[in-house]
Ligand binder design. Structure first.
Ligand code: ADE
Length: 359
């Protein structure tokens, strides 16, 4: 694999490229990483690369010409040009894995206040490493390079990234090394048992548990549970932080799925009703919480949620719920909103009276 990095600050990469696993991957010629100074491509006699923004505003904007020319000279048929920007797709392990299958990456680092919008037109992809703004794309390009290079064959121990956090949307299980006991904290017995089947089961369970506790957003929403007795599959909704599979199923018997299409109408109706009831209950709790605060700043949360729920009922759940239940659910929402608005008006009047500024 080849990685070209376009940057105004190639010196930032000295430590990164000359240390540890990246250095060894370069030495083993598994990857070839080159930094190119964008300034080298400037046609300006003072090697200028940025200018003031049209329409005014603060800061300088990276110009098209040096970047266009640099990309043109480096790009081959199989190159993927990637722009580092907080406006890009949020980077994750799956993207790292996909990028590790590419032949040639060109990572373009913006700097200062931004770059000319037209630079986007020569990029195949835009990536952000998170919802925060850095002073430039250099650190993101290192993050991406590091996470991609470690996935290349021969860079780290074969199979060692199979257990990585985020593989299969699960966080890594806990690991221990010598001594067996440290400051009263013991290594779990199962890891000392030598029973590899038990160890694998324990690790899988810990990984599930950890993910559901720390990153419930990574867990799937629905579970299909296979009964150990009949072998039949039954449905269960994943309730957020931990799962309690019915039918005495163990965690290892649980099959996680991302989408579930329910074809049995009676079951769809039960599930839709349950979901809608739960969401109405949540709306009520949200309303109470917001009403507890003196400020009206969060009022929109209740009103937005009510709108969202109405549209969910009218669109996604309409068919499954049936007309009667649908209308009654919509009425409940209207009632909650009415109650919310009346409480707000009431408290406003109260404040006016209290401060003596009423008519
Ligand atoms: N440039 C500045 N901030 C960034 C971010 N969060 N991700 C990618 N590129 C950036």
């Amino acid at each position: 694999m080849k990685i070209d990095i376009l940057t105004l600050f190639p010196e930032m990469y000295n430590g990164f490229l000359n240390t540890s696993i990246i250095k060894s991957a370069l030495n083993k010629k598994i990857v070839d990483i080159k930094t190119t100074n964008i300034r080298d491509y400037s046609l300006d006699k003072h090697k200028k690369v940025d200018d003031t923004p049209y329409g005014g505003g603060s800061g300088m904007v990276l110009m098209c010409q040096p970047i266009f020319d640099a990309v043109k000279s480096l790009k081959k048929t199989n190159s993927k040009v990637i722009l580092m920007t907080p406006q890009g797709i949020k980077y994750n392990q799956k993207i790292a894995y996909n990028l590790s299958k590419e032949e040639h990456l060109i990572l373009v680092c913006g700097h200062y206040e931004g770059f000319d919008e037209r630079i986007r037109s020569i990029c195949d992809m835009e990536l952000s490493i998170g919802d925060y703004v850095l002073t430039g794309g250099e650190l993101p390009s290192m993050v991406i390079t590091d996470s991609v290079v470690r996935l290349l064959d021969g860079v780290i121990d074969e199979g060692s990234h199979l257990n990585d956090s985020f593989n299969n949307d699960r966080l890594d299980y806990p690991t221990y090394t010598k001594p067996r006991e440290y400051e009263g904290m013991k290594v779990p017995d199962v890891l000392l048992s030598g029973d590899h089947k038990k160890i694998d089961d324990w690790r899988r369970e810990e990984s599930e548990k950890r993910t559901s506790e720390r990153r419930p957003d990574l867990m799937y929403k629905y579970l299909l549970i296979r009964s150990t007795m009949s072998g039949k599959l039954s449905y269960s909704e994943f309730k957020g932080y931990s799962t309690n599979p019915k039918n005495n199923a163990k965690r290892t018997d649980v099959i996680s799925v991302k989408r579930l299409k329910i074809t049995e109408p009676a079951l769809s109706k039960i599930i839709a009703k349950k979901n809608v009831d739960k969401k109405i209950q949540q709306l009520l709790v949200l309303m109470m919480k917001v009403l507890e605060t003196e400020s009206t700043d969060d009022d929109f949360l209740v009103l937005d949620e009510a709108d969202r729920l109405r549209s969910l009922i009218m669109n996604e759940y309409a068919k499954a719920l049936g007309i009667e239940y649908r209308n009654s659910a919509l009425k409940k929402i209207d009632y909650i909103v009415k109650m919310f608005n009346s409480k707000r008006v009431y408290s406003k009047e109260e404040i006016i009276e209290k401060t003596g500024k009423s008519r």
